[in-house]
Design a protein around this ligand. Structure first.
Ligand SMILES: Nc1nc2c(ncn2[C@@H]2O[C@H](COP(=O)(O)OP(=O)(O)OP(=O)(O)O)[C@@H](O)[C@H]2O)c(=O)[nH]1
Ligand SMILES: [Mg+2]
Length: 723
């Protein structure tokens, strides 16, 4: 007994020694503070993100706040994230500082914004009394306020990691100029940063949520005034990449932007347009710039377990850019038919499978996209959350469709879309529906349908292609042209093939892009075009000669006949008409104006044009397009637009005109040597009988009338002159 007691005392002493010495040796590390909040009952989450705002309502802060209120209402948001620089110019003076109410409480007054705000600090906040801004006393003034240096928000389907980025920036420490930074509880910088990164890395590693999102004030990548933050790229980014972070959201640069990492799945999203904006500032950045707006606005984020959709809005609440990403589920999690009663069970090594990826329990319907989150198709019982490699998988699958595959790599595959890709089962349903709608063509023995999509840049060509196919096949960007090459996407079902060809915009720098036309022509060689979708925006109010030139360029390329096989598609159909016009009047006026330019550009006579009228259809590609009870995207009058579009396509095909076959002759255009060939013999005959003969006669007459020279008269013995 004495031995055991001695041993225990020795162990206690050793532990005490370690406990006393270690903190001095190692920077102390504590877990980041965590907050929990549930997702909505349907498993989704919606939120707004705003940054760089606190200016007592000035510099359009109030206007942005009003639009946030409206969009917040529309999206039924759960909370708001602030990316910092909450109070200008120099943070808060103390907890009584009226700036808190003047810039926050009295500005974000809309009902929908009366939710929790999760905020980080920006560099301007560090110039005031930081402890006051972090003080829980502020929650007594406005209970929405929650601001910490770094913390975690577990929201069921997503883990947010809020990171205090200001201390990372070395120049604030070494060269603060006239500014004073409140480094209390932060200095020394190196220790603070190393502890923070260690905690963050550990927390990210432990996270099992489908989505991991990091929020900080400073940008990793930015095309605006401040540009990239070198310290974050070298210190923070490797940790985010190593831990599979999906989005990095920041403020700091007073703009809105979306940049995609070239070597990882991270999307850099800047929402720093809460008040003053830096118009006219642009610096190229490495990585892929998808969207950049140098004005005021904010961002929304909508999440389900398998899809994330972002949208940026301007000060009028107009959507400037939308983008979505979705995660496939593990094959085992596919829905299986109810009627299949077979039960399968297996046990084995599953590879790194995130147990949360497979939804257990009842089917849940996501009303936004009518997606059915995975039903209890598979039940995965992991023995331990920390080690999800080994587990028991109970399946009740149709063996043909869901073969048991242990050890297969089940990592979620990212895929990008205009407004989120449909989950595999819905995608299949979407294509079946499309196929069904095109069934009419099959009855008429048409086995291939090739749709060519053309129009000016940025009008929504690629988005329309994606919407029709229900998946993201073409890149979409609000800010820049997405490459010069056309793409063709083909889908086949039961002997019927649907080809859709998306083309680059036909206008470049105010002129028709001849290079793009050449590339499109070569791409289409030996292809047959059944229908041309000429795309433009419904909300483009004015037309000009450029529109005519674009139509002329299409006509010159494919011939006038292409217009017998075409229809006009107007995107952005979900709009509020200007000048108090009602929707139908606006649509009629817009169509009429566009048609006039099509007729002029195609040089078709008025009567001929009226006889073969080109149909105009409306399209709304936005992820927020209203849907009917069947989940179909609908136009403001309630018409589901995809079936409507497909129906018009079938009527165009059935109008008796022939499809356009693009051959070498069509591409090279008419041979100039062939022009007027028919007149050549006539011209020769005219030249011979009229010109040549006439001249000959005139010469002869002339000769006859001419007085003879003396030498000729002498030769003829007629001259009487003597020499
Ligand atoms: N609200 C709304 N936005 C749309 C619609 N169609 C396209 N957009 C947005 O408009 C922007 C341009 O869309 P794209 O589909 O890339 O246009 P595009 O004609 O293919 O552009 P280029 O290929 O560059 O010529 C993107 O930000 C889209 O999200 C629509 O019907 N409604
Ligand atoms: Mg495009």
């Amino acid at each position: 007994m004495a031995g055991v007691a001695l041993e225990t005392t020795a162990l206690s002493l050793a532990l005490l020694a370690i406990a006393t010495v270690m903190p001095a040796l190692l920077p102390c590390s504590a877990e980041l503070q965590r907050f929990e909040r549930p997702a909505k009952a349907d498993g989704s989450l919606s939120l707004l993100v705003v940054g760089d705002w606190g200016r007592k309502g000035q510099f359009n802060q109030s206007q942005v706040a009003a639009q946030m209120g409206k969009i917040g209402e529309e999206l039924d948001i759960d909370f708001v994230i602030s990316t910092g620089d909450n109070f200008y110019d120099n943070g808060l003076k103390d907890v009584q500082d009226k700036a808190f109410e003047e810039s926050f409480t009295n500005v974000y007054t809309a009902k929908s914004l009366q939710k929790q705000w999760y905020s980080v600090l920006g560099n301007h906040d560090y110039r005031g009394d930081v402890l006051a801004e972090l003080s829980p006393l502020l929650q007594k003034i406005d209970s929405r306020w929650l601001c910490l240096r770094s913390f975690i928000l577990n929201a069921e389907i997503v883990d947010f990691f809020f990171v205090d980025t200001t201390p990372f920036v070395e120049s604030y420490w070494t060269n603060p100029e006239n500014d004073h930074y409140d480094w209390r509880d932060v200095a020394p910088r190196e220790t603070y940063i190393s502890v923070l990164l260690k905690d963050l890395d550990a927390a990210l590693k432990a996270s099992t949520a489908p989505w991991k999102i990091v929020v900080g004030h400073h940008a990793m990548r930015s095309a605006s005034h401040h540009g990239d933050t070198a310290e974050l790229l070298s210190l923070l980014l490797p940790i985010l990449k190593a831990n599979g972070v999906d989005l990095y959201i920041n403020g700091h640069d007073h703009c809105l932007q979306h940049i995609s990492s070239n070597d990882s799945k991270i999307q850099y999203l800047t929402s720093g347009g809460g008040s003053m904006a830096w118009r006219g500032v642009f610096t190229p950045t490495s990585d892929k710039l998808r969207f950049f707006y140098d004005g005021q606005g904010f961002m929304s984020l909508q999440l389900t377990r398998t899809a994330a959709d972002i949208a940026f809005y301007d000060v009028f609440g107009r959507v400037l850019h939308e983008w979505g990403v979705s995660k496939h589920l593990h094959p085992a999690a596919k829905k299986f038919p109810e009627r299949d009663k077979k039960c399968w069970a297996g046990f084995g090594l599953l590879g790194r499978l995130n147990p949360r990826e497979i939804q257990l329990g009842d089917a849940r319907t996501d009303p936004r996209r009518d997606a059915v989150t995975p039903r209890a198709a598979a039940r995965f019982y992991s023995f331990s959350r920390a080690s999800p490699y080994l587990g028991l998988l109970a399946l009740r699958p149709n063996p043909e469709q869901n073969p048991l595959r242990f050890g297969s790599p089940p990592r979620p595959l990212p895929c990008f879309g205009v407004s989120g890709r449909l989950p595999p089962d819905l995608l299949c349903r979407h294509f079946n529906k499309l196929h069904e709608l095109l069934g009419k063509l099959k009855q008429e023995n048409v086995s291939t349908l090739t749709i060519l999509v053309m129009g000016k840049g940025g009008v929504g060509k690629s988005s329309t292609v994606n919407s029709i196919l229900g998946e993201r096949v073409a890149s979409v960007s609000a800010f820049q042209s997405e490459g010069l090459r056309p793409i063709m996407c083909s889908r086949s079902r039961a002997g019927f093939t649907l080809n859709i060809i998306d083309t680059p915009g036909l206008v470049e720098g105010g002129y028709v892009n001849e290079q793009a036309i050449e590339i499109i022509k070569r791409f289409l060689l030996n292809k047959t075009i059944d229908v041309l979708l000429y795309v433009d925006r419904l909300d483009a109010y004015r037309m000009d000669s450029l529109d005519r030139q674009v139509v002329k360029a299409i006509t010159d390329t494919f011939g006038k006949r292409i217009w017998q096989r075409s229809m006009v598609v107007l995107t952005h159909a979900q709009l509020s008409p200007p000048d108090g016009l009602n929707y139908d009047d606006f649509f009629a006026k817009r169509s009429e104006a566009l048609m006039r330019y099509v007729r002029l550009g195609a040089r078709i006579r008025k009567q001929e044009f009226q006889e073969s009228s080109i149909p105009v259809v409306l399209v709304e590609n936005s992820g927020r397009c209203k849907t009917n009870s069947g989940g179909e995207k609908i136009l403001p009058d309630g018409t589901p637009w995809i079936p409507n579009l497909v129906e018009v396509i079938t009527t165009v095909i059935a109008n008796g005109s022939k499809p356009i076959t693009v051959d070498q002759k069509l591409i090279e255009g008419p041979n100039p040597n062939d022009r007027g060939k028919f007149f050549v013999p006539l011209i020769l005959a005219f030249q011979y009988f009229v010109v040549v003969k006439g001249i000959q006669r005139a010469i002869k007459q002339d000769i006859k009338n001419e007085p003879k020279p003396l030498w000729e008269l002498r030769d003829k013995g007629l001259a009487n002159r003597k020499f």
